[in-house]
Design a protein. Sequence first.
Length: 271
Amino acid sequence: MPDFPQPPPLASHGPARIIAMCNQKGGVGKTTTTINLGAALAEAGRRVLLVDFDPQGALSVGLGINPHELETTVYNVLMDRSVDARAVVQRTAVAGLDVLPANIDLSAAEVQLVGEVAREMVLARALRTVSDDYDVVLIDCQPSLGLLAVNALTAAHGVIIPLECEFFALRGVALLVETIEKVQDRLNPRLEIDGILATMYDGRTLHSREVVARVVDAFGDLVFHTVIGRTVKFPDATVAAEPITVYASTHAGAEAYRQLARELVARGDAA
């Protein structure tokens, strides 16, 4: 495992690199990774905005926000041009880490956007007002490849694909890569895959090791060296509404996300 250096401090902030956390399969660690990678990047001196782009609002809940009490959310920013994203962004308890929250209202956007002109570009437009305020914007996508996911990919510079260490999980990656290529071709030529992240890894099982070997065979350097292990501490941290870097600062899971943050910066994808 390479030793990635601690990122140097930044002299100034922005414009942000926008990264979509994307996989149409649920339960692969998208939200966990968005929260904890965001917190680790903030710990490393980056200004980070997390965008909850899943109507379930799990990212918002995981940062202590009650989605039912929200007056305005990312949905309002998408659907009403007079709503500035900056007015909807909320601070979190982690210094340098902000969130653009979501709730079930966002599920209506998928239907309402169908009739919009340039419907795939709506999120990109909405994020323009805030992207200069941050170094990294992480978008937590819902588990589908619908119009919301396409909006996230169109707004993004890069994609991180969290991949559960299960053989069934491998099958969906080809479909996701095909979608990414279509977005590159038709909507967002600057889009690139920042990396594939193995999650829920259990080094004691041959199964986990074989899946990682398969992914590396298929995708080579696109696979992050950092691997996220399976641990009960992640759901515990979610219940506590804290990133694992705060909830269990010295735990191996916290260290893994700090290493992922360093690796991302070392690759130049969040410099």
